[in-house]
Design a protein around this ligand. Structure first.
Ligand SMILES: Nc1ncnc2c1ncn2[C@@H]1O[C@H](COP(=O)(O)OP(=O)(O)OP(=O)(O)O)[C@@H](O)[C@H]1O
Length: 609
């Protein structure tokens, strides 16, 4: 187990720089490809509201006119209009929901994939807390959805229809329209500003608190010792604070809603008074009164939108901070190389794009002061394109070596450099593109096979998924599943066997194709024949020019590697190619003979089909 586990802290808070309007702009930039559909949805929403307003006004005119018993032909147009408006309102609402949700769900898929990939590529502990990741992926990304569907689209529609209502009222009575304009401004501008002011601070705290509680909940179910010992109290405190904030938000919401009803009534009364004084006829005064109630109610939708917006700020800022922060692995392998697992890559015939030259210089790691070092003055060269295996007995320091390379473990002495730059000083956003792979305890998300794979390379197409999955020896299993790529793998991959989980994580690592691919026990949990086949196909699927650091207990299948380094108690005790090492006495030859004999015995006992 590697160190560097995150402290049991809360979710990552939003940074000041990415709050508010800036966060919204960052997120909305992702909506550009769907702008046409969103504008369409906004116009349909406006048409729905307008149809509702016109329906109320026409029905009022019809009822009040009918009281005077006119001939039927005077009412025919209004009767038809009422029917047409009632039907068209439903049709507009339906198409608006369809268009809006279609655009937003497409966009959300993009956002979620980016957030997913960014979280996977991050090396900072807090962002990797499972509960926090879950909170970001679910509630924070939903904030983006809500910003469009509950704030911007209905907000724009309400503003447009309010304007049309004032224009319509002006046709009947300009003074009454003036009063209506004031009412609409109070309901649609002043009240939303008040609602935002009242709820902003409490709302800002809610999303990070929910994230923190999600972390607590996941840690609790996993029985994290730290939470059992002292974290439970802080979780309880957070839950209480969250409940208090939500009560405060609800109380402010009720007060603003009550003010909205008051404004609506007062505006209608004032419009009636002004219209009567201006000599407007009784029927049209009735139309103005009902129309005013409907128009102010439409403007009051802006209060809901503003309140919603205030509640979304923190979640949006967290998403924006992720999207603008250190990015995920690039959408493909290093320029010029074929995608992992493509025929060219598999044949290692693609153009060479060299990764960095990696160098370990006297690296020493000591997990506890006074304890024996896990790595003791290790030197290792991994020039671009080289494939090196690190082997050795359990506890020799193999995973620690991988951890130092990926930046998860800091050496106490010595350093690791990439093209001469210390890994510790390497830009964190660049590191995942350079170094990555299948590390110890690879996480499999409770999502589909496809989603788990796309973590490695967002935007990978079916052919790339197929190639990587084939190289990891999982393709036949995927094809056997009724849901294929959409098969959900269960919490932490619980619906997969250990071997399938390992193959899925390996396929993801191959798909990501970092310049230095670290494979920590990629064939763990596989039987000897499968392990040999998977290792061979995984190495073949690695693009030329990319280096490989393979950590393995098994010594089979290492003959093709450029160098094998034997570690024992943190020191390099042997190094060379397979053929040289089996020819000389030492741990490698002893272990090789033992494993050979054991595997021959295993194969002899395995029934032949
Ligand atoms: N997080 C940690 N805290 C304290 N000691 C650790 C930690 N991780 C590893 N060690 C110790 O460091 C030494 C090297 O461990 P490491 O996991 O690197 O070995 P390994 O060769 O990968 O072992 P294995 O093959 O069993 O996975 C071991 O003695 C181990 O007990």
């Amino acid at each position: 187990m590697l160190p560097g586990g995150p402290a049991p802290t809360a979710a990552v808070p939003a940074t000041g720089a990415t709050t508010g309007a800036r966060a919204e702009r960052t997120v909305l930039r992702l909506a550009r490809p769907y702008l046409g559909r969103l504008v369409g949805a906004g116009l349909l929403a406006a048409a729905t509201e307008f149809a509702g307003l016109a329906l109320m006004a026409t029905a009022t005119w019809l009822l009040m006119s009918a009281a005077g018993r006119p001939t039927l032909d005077r009412l025919t147009v209004a009767i038809v209009a009422v029917r047409a408006l009632a039907v068209s309102r439903g049709v507009f609402r339906y198409t608006e929901r369809l268009a809006g949700h279609d655009a937003v769900l497409r966009m959300i898929t993009d956002v979620r994939a980016r957030v997913f990939a960014t979280l996977a590529a991050r090396r900072d502990g807090a962002a990797q807390r499972t509960g926090d990741a879950l909170s970001r992926l679910v509630s924070d990304v939903e904030a983006v959805q809500d910003l469009l569907l509950r704030v911007l689209v209905p907000g724009a529609a309400a503003a447009l229809v309010s304007l049309l209502a004032v224009g319509g009222a002006a046709l009947i009575s300009p003074p009454a329209a003036g009063v209506l304009a004031v009412g609409v401004l109070v309901a649609g501008v002043a009240l939303p500003a008040l609602a935002t002011g009242l709820t902003r601070r409490a709302a800002d705290e809610v999303a990070p608190l929910r994230g923190a509680l999600a972390v607590d909940a996941v840690d609790l179910t996993h029985g994290a010792a730290d939470l059992a010992a002292f974290g439970a109290a802080s979780a309880e405190g957070r839950a209480r604070r969250l409940a208090r904030l939500e009560r405060r938000l609800a109380a402010a919401g009720f007060a603003v809603d009550a003010a909205g009803v008051l404004i609506s009534g007062l505006t209608a009364a004032a419009v009636v008074a002004v219209a009567l004084r201006a000599g407007v006829g009784a029927v049209l005064v009735g139309v103005l009164a009902v129309g005013t109630l409907a128009a102010v109610e439409i403007a009051l939708a802006l209060v809901g939108a503003a309140r919603q917006r205030a509640q979304l700020r923190a979640g949006l800022a967290r998403v924006a901070a992720l999207l603008t922060g250190p990015g995920p692995a690039p959408a493909g392998p290093v320029a010029g190389t074929p995608a992992a697992g493509t025929p060219a890559a598999a044949g290692r015939t693609g153009a060479v794009a060299a990764g960095p030259d990696v160098r370990f210089d006297g690296v020493t790691v000591r997990y506890r002061a006074g304890a024996a070092p896990a790595l003791d003055g290790v030197d290792l060269d991994l020039p671009a394109g080289r494939r090196v295996a690190v082997v050795g007995p359990s506890g020799a320091g193999k995973s620690t070596l991988a951890g130092v390379l990926t930046g998860a473990v800091r050496p106490d002495a010595g350093r690791v450099t990439l093209d001469g730059t210390d890994v510790a000083g390497y830009p964190p956003e660049e590191l995942p593109r350079m170094i990555g792979g299948l590390l110890a305890e690879a996480y499999v998300f409770h999502a589909s096979v496809r989603e788990n794979l796309l973590l490695g390379r967002p935007g990978a197409d079916e052919a790339e998924l197929t190639a990587a999955t084939r190289a990891a020896g999982l393709l036949d299993w995927v094809r056997d599943q009724p849901a294929g790529w959409d098969t959900v793998v269960g919490e932490q991959g619980g619906q997969l066997s250990g071997g399938q989980r390992q193959r899925l994580a390996l396929a993801r690592a191959l798909l990501a194709a970092p310049a230095v691919l670290v494979l920590d026990e990629p064939t763990e949990g596989l039987d000897p024949a499968a392990a040999d086949a998977v290792l061979a196909s995984a190495l073949a699927a690695t693009p030329a020019g990319h280096s490989v650091l393979l950590i393995s207990h098994r010594l089979s299948g290492l003959a093709e590697l450029d160098e094998i380094v034997v570690l024992d108690a943190g020191r390099v005790v042997q190094r060379g190619r397979h053929a040289d090492l089996v020819a000389q006495p030492g741990w490698y030859r002893d272990q090789w003979l033992l494993q050979e004999a054991a595997e021959r015995g295993y194969l002899a006992l395995t029934p032949t089909p």
